[in-house]
Design a protein. Sequence first.
Length: 237
Amino acid sequence: MIKNKYKILLVEDESNIRNLVATMLETSGYQALIAESCSAAKTVYNSYLPDLIILDLGLPDMDGMHFLEYVRRDSPTPIIVLSARSTEKDKVTALDMGANDYVTKPFSSAELLARVRSVLRSNRYSSVEGRLPGGRFTLRDLEIDYDARQVFISGAEIKLTQTEYNIIALLSENCGKMMTYSAIIKAIWGGCAQDGSIKKLQVNMANIRKKFGAKLGESNYIINELGVGYRMNAERE
Ligand code: CA
């Protein structure tokens, strides 16, 4: 057995999806651990301490959200929710409870794998490192100097306002994680997400995207999921 394989716990009660995803993970070089219920997931989680969890919500014994809560009580282990529940409210609730990302069924294997890679990669950008003197963040052509509060693309400085910088720094520290509007607003302005503050966030984000040279409809560095939030994207999609 290769020791350095990432261990991914897949919690899914539907055997065809479970087999499909497990095979996909194994062929991509990950070790897939399997659980068919919340209680089985707890046992596997505690025995193997996986590097990442892919979590279905509709499980036979309890709602998958219970397992999410259970893990988040003491661990930042990344969690990707994989669910047929596709409303904005479902996504926002799971993300605000601490899920790193949310993929809705039906899904494409390529998309799920991209999210897995993105979340695993983002876990290597430790936010602690960013706060240390000399802390830098690099993602493709984007570079952030946290000390100087400067942002560069291909070596050229992008002039941002304080608020725009704070948003970019926050997203970079959570690179790969889908951040809900309310999580961003709380971190940047300290308030709760009302219509006014969401508008303010969207205006700032539009300015950032313009300054970053994003063309309309192009994902660039930041993905916007309408009604849900923003994610700095570690993967080219
Ligand atoms: Ca299910």
